[in-house]
Design a protein around this ligand. Structure first.
Ligand code: NAG
Ligand code: NAG
Ligand code: NAG
Ligand code: NAG
Ligand code: NAG
Ligand code: NAG
Ligand code: NAG
Length: 336
């Protein structure tokens, strides 16, 4: 018994070591970018891989031990080779990333390090807080300047196991500088339009397409205002533009008003109930089990407990009611 007890203590000790840090940073030129300093200032703990081999040796379970993986902006590096390690290991780390994600088509570390730009610091603070805030490993990925010269949309190869993400660069000469936030989160309190704008350049890559449906769908978080061409969208406040920051787990403008607005890609909207156990609708206005039709979410799989105290979700009632009406229509005798 005693030996088993010691073994247990030893294993618990190992587990503590493995869980000691919140955030995982890869080895990137051996440097700690602004994301690292900002994360530490925000009270997060972080582990930085000592070399590329350490990253490569990690298993899916190893990645899943962190609150979030942070792929920092390598100071506006335009060589995609910088993230080759991420592409090469995607089948290992992608399944671990089940939490919030943010993909940033600009270079905040560069603007923070060389210009001490308030907006760049705020962007990194908010983004890291968002990805570390959910139960499930999150991911922060700055696209740095890797795709800034792409004249036609290119797929982000490193993310192909999460979904198809297409970006374009060479956006406008000299720069796209008007930024506007079209989604938010209670943990994102620092970034504002004014400080996201006028970075000279604020935007390096913009998204022409990305996964938008289902519980893992992404939202536009910030747009290049009035940018036109492939990728342009209209948002709930009437603004137009192309997203350059997208996120999973943020709440888009217009979501939470208790009106499902398919024009803005909402699958559902249960108002204040979004994201609570009483609703089948997430805080991003996505159906947690998938959508049946706009405003109608697939119900929860039948609970094993028949004594569940959870009230029947309103959208389920609505769905069954619509199904009943549809059946009446289908089975009603046709007027000649
Ligand atoms: C950009 O990244 C490449 C590949 O990782 C590296 O060889 C190069 O030195 C980097 N450039 C700068 C300016 O850091
Ligand atoms: C950066 O800016 C902040 C205010 O926004 C200031 O307090 C700080 O001293 C600046 N740091 C450097 C290195 O200039
Ligand atoms: C977090 O996730 C784990 C594993 O999926 C689960 O066991 C745990 O109950 C969750 N915690 C909360 C607070 O949701
Ligand atoms: C970027 O776009 C401009 C026109 O806006 C074009 O002249 C230039 O060749 C493009 N650059 C690349 C690298 O394709
Ligand atoms: C933007 O950068 C360019 C080149 O570095 C410079 O010539 C220009 O004055 C800058 N504009 C602003 C508004 O800072
Ligand atoms: C974007 O376009 C709208 C409509 O044309 C205009 O009212 C607005 O001022 C423009 N915003 C910027 C930042 O250019
Ligand atoms: C949301 O709308 C439904 C009808 O579609 C209504 O029954 C419900 O009370 C509303 N909830 C809120 C919080 O406004």
């Amino acid at each position: 018994m005693r030996a088993t007890g010691y073994l247990f203590v030893a294993l618990a000790g190992l587990a503590c070591v493995a869980w000691a840090e919140d955030l995982l940073f890869p080895y990137m030129h051996g440097l700690k970018y602004s994301e690292y300093d900002i994360a530490i200032k925000q009270g997060h703990t972080a582990h930085v891989c000592k070399d590329e081999a350490e990253w490569t040796s990690m298993t899916t379970a190893d990645f899943a031990k962190y609150k979030a993986i942070v792929i920092p902006d390598c100071l506006c590096n335009s060589s995609l080779a910088t993230v080759d390690f991420l592409d090469a290991s995607k089948s290992v780390w992608s399944p671990a990333v089940t939490g919030n994600m943010i993909i940033i088509g600009t270079d905040p570390s560069f603007h923070a390090k060389w210009y001490n730009l308030t907006g760049a610091i705020a962007m990194m603070q908010d983004a890291i807080n968002l990805v570390a805030s959910k139960n499930g490993t999150g991911m922060y990925f700055s696209l740095s300047c890797y795709y800034q010269a792409a004249s036609t949309p290119v797929a982000i190869s490193a993310l192909s196991e999460i979904g198809e993400f297409m970006v374009r660069g060479n956006l406008s000469h000299p720069c796209l500088n008007d930024a506007h936030l079209v989604a938010g989160s209670s943990v994102m309190t620092s970034l504002k339009d004014s400080i996201a704008s006028n970075w000279n350049c604020s935007v390096h890559e913009a998204f022409t397409s990305y996964p938008r449906s289902g519980p893992s769908g992404f939202e536009a978080l910030a747009i290049a205002v009035n940018a036109s061409g492939p990728g342009q969208q209209e948002f709930a406040d009437g603004s137009r533009g192309i997203p350059y920051i997208i996120a999973r787990g943020a709440t888009p403008l217009g979501c939470g008003n208790n009106i499902t607005e398919p024009a803005y890609k909402e699958e559902c909207d249960d108002g204040d109930a979004n994201g609570t156990p009483e609703s089948l609708c997430s805080s991003s206005c996505r159906c947690v089990n998938g959508v049946l039709e706009p405003g109608v979410c697939r119900p929860n799989p039948t609970s094993t407990s028949s004594r569940s105290t959870q009230s029947t979700p309103s959208r389920y009632i609505e769905a069954t009611d619509r199904l009943r009406r549809l059946l009446i229509l289908v089975t009603a005798p046709r007027a000649a």
